[in-house]
Write a protein that binds this ligand. Structure first.
Ligand code: GRF
Length: 198
């Protein structure tokens, strides 16, 4: 059984989609939050999953060391960034090669990279006037939103869309489907090929 840590910063709807999904190969063993007020922590608690809060501003240079120690202590095999807003540094990324997944609310490379996160992504898509947007699941590397793309799903932009209505549609029609699908397939692959194990 692959043990996952889901990293969150906000409402946790992608975490909820993972918790509600069928995945015989993996289980969410830990929630890691970047702030103590993230409602995602409550979603994990309701599912009986422990949560840890790691605030880079408070931990400073010790952030990555403490984060890695906690992931090892919880025997984490796979990291899933789900609405997570802290940039992970090289030490963390190197410890989990092709084992950190991220969900981004656009069709990368469009509207990705530094400064493109959460509602800002949808504001930029509407400002540009794109007719199709969507979501992307990719491996995390040292380039923000730059890792190998694993899955994407397109969503139509509708006349009169606001950033909020567009964000909701992208979540409902794309994010909450492709993230659980990719996570299930990744866990299956890791289960079947022990060389993936940490
Ligand atoms: C979502 O749009 C996600 O794609 C982005 O952050 C937003 C909030 O996600 N990364 P969640 O509801 O906290 O999962």
């Amino acid at each position: 059984m692959i043990r996952m840590a889901v990293f969150v910063s906000g409402g946790g709807t992608n975490l909820q989609a993972l918790l509600d999904s069928e995945n015989p190969y993996g289980t969410v063993a830990l929630v890691v939050a970047s702030n103590p007020r993230a409602y995602a922590i409550e979603r994990g608690r309701q599912a009986g999953i422990p949560a840890l809060v790691f605030q880079r501003k408070k931990l400073g240079a010790a952030y990555s060391e403490k984060l890695l120690a906690a992931l090892a202590e919880h025997r984490i095999d796979l990291v899933v960034l789900a609405g997570f807003l802290t940039i992970l540094d090289e030490a963390v990324i190197a410890a989990y090669p092709r084992r950190i997944l991220n969900i981004h609310p656009s069709l990368l490379p469009a509207f990705g990279g530094v400064g493109f996160y959460g509602i800002k992504v949808h504001e930029a898509a509407l400002a540009r006037g794109v007719k199709i947007t969507g979501a992307t699941v990719h491996y995390v590397n040292e380039v923000p939103d730059g890792g190998e793309i694993i899955a994407q799903r397109a969503v139509e932009v509708l006349p009169g869309d606001t950033p909020e209505t567009l964000q909701r549609r992208v979540m409902e029609q794309a994010e909450w489907h492709i993230l659980p699908e990719v996570v299930r397939n990744q866990c299956k692959t890791m289960e079947e090929d022990p060389s993936w194990k940490a």
